[in-house]
Design a protein around this ligand. Structure first.
Ligand SMILES: Cc1cc2nc3c(=O)[nH]c(=O)nc-3n(C[C@H](O)[C@H](O)[C@H](O)COP(=O)(O)OP(=O)(O)OC[C@H]3O[C@@H](n4cnc5c(N)ncnc54)[C@H](O)[C@@H]3O)c2cc1C
Length: 459
């Protein structure tokens, strides 16, 4: 174990900075160490909100727990330590004829972080969230020790931990259900969307695809507001059955550094460093959207082949540049799920606000979603919609307006995507908010785990 000492942590959106201690663990026995005050597990630190640190709290960096323990091709399960990055896991799975369709869109994110945030992937309408993929995990709680957790053993703890913000303890390893793929390629197509209110129908009709994401231009006015594209990808079925039998030798993972490290690779600490702030200017954002619109228009009506990993982690270099373009000050991200019937009113009210206020919307994107809202898990049947904009006073005002809208329309906000989300909004929108607090208190009466997020949301 390495004590990295006092450290200044930043949320990925640039909104929260705290000073705490950083401990880097390399094996689970190191977690028994006496620590004063609260502690919290930390993966890659890629949450937009301050979920893995707080002032005076010890953050336990678990990325040293990075073994891929086994892949059982018969039961179609993989066991990994919690600090394994999803980029490395995906490389390993694809090399061995499998995939995991619920991975979030950036390769440095860890499996432990995905479970604590109940992450979703590129078609949550078809695949829901990582909850559906978790078979068992090993959890360490400082007062209890190691606990084996599954849907049948310690089922209440299972429910509290998946999407539980790291507040029940440190996940050490996890066994996940994986899907066989006989090909490393997907056929991708793009279609235009002229009317944003058509989106719910288009997403439902695309359910059979493995990757479905829409993009919209919110800086257009009049009838073109929200026009955009829906991009769909389907993994190509192979005629030859190339799945492995369990007796075949597995291909070892590639080295993580070879795959994801570049000068621009995003880290909360370095996002925007040495970069001018680009995206606070309406004209620059307009130009960026025009370029993207031209590229996508050109792609419409034809198919292209893309590697599965490029569908899961699309345009990594461009996205690095995009996030750095917010500069040190950072960005706001608002992500919600709302029922389909409420979507037209959401669109109309957002359009109304933006027509009266000058704020560049740098990204607007939708996905279909299926799942149950339990405790604080970001999961619900409906439309998942996200907006990015620069961190500025006008953006702050827009978010306050969106808070009211989210409560009015019965939507749920993603607590990992918005570092300023007020507790009243979460209490009002998540039906199990009080129940989560109560059950957490019963499990961990001393409140040994905590973060800025859990303090702000009064968990
Ligand atoms: C560019 C980008 C794209 C993204 N795309 C998506 C997306 O498509 N879908 C989606 O759902 N999310 C997405 N996210 C959000 C991201 O998946 C979550 O915030 C995730 O929790 C980050 O994981 P991390 O390893 O960085 O964890 P951290 O940010 O370090 O921690 C997040 C939470 O996980 C807990 N945690 C971490 N490791 C453990 C552990 N071993 N045991 C217990 N708790 C632990 C922490 O305590 C904390 O509460 C994206 C984020 C970025 C920056």
């Amino acid at each position: 174990m390495k004590r990295a000492g006092q450290y200044v942590f930043h949320s990925f959106d640039g909104g929260v900075s705290c000073s705490g201690e950083l401990l880097k663990v390399e094996n689970s026995s190191e977690l028994a160490l006496e620590i004063e005050g609260k502690r919290i597990a930390r993966g890659a630190g890629m949450s937009f909100s301050a979920a893995s640190f707080d002032n005076g709290t010890t953050s336990i960096d678990v990325r040293g727990l990075k073994r891929i323990v086994f892949l059982d091709t018969t039961s179609r399960t993989v066991k990994v330590e919690a600090g394994v990055s999803i980029g490395r896991l995906l490389d390993f799975l694809l090399a061995n004829g499998f995939s995991l369709p619920v991975l979030p869109g950036y390769p440095t994110i860890t499996i432990g972080g995905c479970i604590a945030a109940n992450a979703h992937g590129k078609n949550p309408l078809k695949d829901s969230t990582i909850l559906d993929r978790v078979e068992t995990f090993l959890l360490h709680h400082v007062d209890i020790g190691e606990i084996e957790v599954s849907r049948s053993t310690n089922s209440e703890l299972f429910d509290l931990t998946v999407g539980g913000c790291g507040l029940t303890g440190t996940i050490l390893s996890v066994t996940l259900r994986v899907s066989p793929v006989s090909n490393r390629w997907a056929r991708v197509s793009v279609e235009p969307i002229y009317d944003l209110c058509q989106l719910p129908g288009l997403l439902t009709n695309s359910e059979g695809n493995d990757f479905v994401v829409s993009w919209h231009d919110f800086n257009q006015t009049g009838g073109r507001f929200g026009s955009g594209f829906i991009e769909k990808g389907k993994i190509i079925p192979s005629s030859s059955n190339s799945n492995l039998s369990s007796s075949q030798e597995l291909i070892l993972p590639v080295k993580e550094e070879h795959r994801i490290d570049s000068i621009m690779t995003l880290r909360a600490e370095s996002r925007g460093q040495n970069f001018p702030t680009l995206w606070s200017h309406l004209t620059l954002v307009g130009a960026m959207n025009s370029v993207y619109t031209s590229i996508q228009s050109w792609r419409c009506g034809s198919h292209r082949l893309e590697r599965i990993e490029d569908c899961i982690f699309p345009n990594k270099n461009l996205r690095d540049l995009y996030f750095h373009g917010f500069g040190k000050r950072g960005l706001f991200e608002h992500q919600i799920i709302l029922v389909k019937d409420a979507f037209p009113e959401y669109v109309e009210r957002v359009r109304w606000w933006l027509s009266r206020n000058e704020l560049p919307i740098t990204m607007a994107s939708g996905k279909g979603f299926s799942g149950e809202t339990r405790y604080l898990r970001f999961s619900k049947d409906g439309i998942c919609f996200a907006l990015d904009f620069p961190r500025c006073e006008q953006g702050q005002r827009f978010l306050s307006y969106l808070d009211g809208l989210v409560m009015k329309l019965g939507a749920i906000p993603n607590i990992f995507k918005d570092s300023r989300l007020p507790p009243e909004v979460v209490a009002k929108t998540y039906p199990d908010y009080e129940l989560f607090r109560k059950r957490l208190k019963e499990f961990d009466p001393k409140g040994r785990y905590g973060s800025e997020l859990s303090a702000r949301l009064e968990l």
